[in-house]
Design a protein around this ligand. Structure first.
Ligand code: GLA
Length: 385
């Protein structure tokens, strides 16, 4: 991939220019798009993301001083911070590498000082997990340069901890797991309780199209945290009748049908979405394994409606893009992806229909909202390398 070589060289060149010697390593950590399983990860459920061929790139070398010295090429900024100990968060992009250093140190790992150059082509704030890509790239760089042995899942958990406890965003574990476990040509079925990962091959001839509304909502993080609390409260109320449950993951659709009247709105709607979506992910995996893209697409449409009506994390812009996609011949399905409120819609579409779909989305969106969506076609890519 030309793209890949180019970004790798860009990071290496920026390193050389800034520090005056060549980097020891260049790390690539991908963004991800989630095909199915919306807001199920923090309910200990199932998700079906794919790592994509857009990534954060870190060129790095060890230094003897206990510091991180990082240039962010795309921003033209530089940050230097101590590793003994790592200082508290300061806001801004450097919190991600700093948070990763902090989380690794919390695990008792001894980090070498590093000099590094970072560049990324994962769009920021679009729902493609640009932050997880940066975290995983730095964690991998430290792992390689410091020579400690941390398996991929442990590394993803450390990155999630950096985001939860250092940066202060209560995200689930999906994004970091997709960035470490991605596999070219495959989606990843992830069980967010056991952290088991199963690659699911995407049938030939299908493309992943991502349409970015370009709308960024401030409200996303407060509403995100509110949804998490609502789910926890639903578990608390349901556990009076199902004492063994720990998360919505443990409630079957049948149990929910029987007990839903114990939940007041909007908890009932929130729980209904999560419980149905968990079942949908498992069904969709069977469909994909059988090469049945129609059934996979139907699951994506149902997921979108459920996120719109029951989980209430959609927006008029996301709805228009998803609904437009549903009506384009050759598009199997589409839904909002990521946390919602703004950001992106993901569609699965026959490779031969990509141009028609992109044109229809641009036309309809521009006519209604007087702005252009940004459209990417992605390939499912390998995890961090
Ligand atoms: C964000 C979070 C993920 C996940 C999704 C919703 O992307 O980072 O952990 O909860 O929202 O599915």
């Amino acid at each position: 991939m030309q793209h890949t070589t180019h970004n790798s060289q860009l990071a290496a060149q920026a390193f050389q220019e800034r520090f005056g010697y060549p980097p020891a390593i260049v790390v690539r950590a991908p963004g991800r798009v989630n095909l199915l399983g919306g807001h199920t990860d923090y309910n200990e459920g199932y998700v079906l993301p794919a790592a994509v061929d857009r990534a954060a790139w870190v060129a790095a070398a060890p230094v003897s001083e206990p510091v991180g010295r990082i240039v962010a090429l795309d921003l033209g900024e530089e940050a230097t911070f101590s590793l003994t100990p790592v200082p508290p968060p300061a806001g801004g992009w450097a919190d991600y590498p700093r948070g990763v250093a902090w989380a690794l140190a919390e695990r008792g790992l001894e980090l070498t000082g590093v000099e590094a150059a970072l560049t990324s082509d994962v769009p920021v704030g679009a729902g493609l997990s640009s932050s997880a890509a940066v975290e995983v790239a730095f964690a991998w760089a430290w792992r390689t340069l410091s020579g400690f042995d941390l398996d991929r899942t442990e590394l993803a958990l450390a990155c999630q901890q950096a985001e939860n406890d250092y940066v202060g965003v209560r995200c689930g574990v999906m994004d970091q797991m997709a960035a470490v476990w991605g596999r070219a040509g495959h989606a990843i079925l992830l069980d967010c309780r056991t952290l088991e990962v199963e690659p699911v091959r995407l049938p030939d001839g299908v493309a992943i199209l991502v349409a970015d509304t370009t709308v960024r909502r401030e409200l996303a993080s407060s509403e995100y945290n509110r949804r998490r609390r609502e789910c926890e409260e639903a578990v608390r109320l349901l556990s009076r009748h199902l004492p063994s449950i720990r998360a919505l993951r443990d409630v079957s659709p049948e149990e929910f049908a029987r007990l839903q009247h114990h939940l007041p709105p909007p908890l009932r709607q929130r729980a209904r979405h999560v419980i149905a979506d968990n079942a949908r992910v498992l069904e969709a995996v069977r469909a994909l394994q059988a090469g049945d893209l129609e059934r996979m697409g139907e699951a994506m449409r149902r997921c979108h409606r459920s996120l719109r009506d029951d989980y209430e994390v959609s927006s008029p812009e996301l709805d228009l893009l998803a609904e437009t996609a549903w009506n384009v011949p050759g598009c199997y399905g589409a839904r909002l992806t990521g946390a919602g409120f703004g950001g992106c819609v993901v569609a699965l579409v026959a490779e031969t229909a990509v141009d028609d779909l992109a044109a229809a989305l641009r036309r309809t969106y521009q006519a209604r909202f007087r702005r252009r969506p940004t459209i990417y076609t992605c390939r499912a890519a390998d995890g961090v390398t």
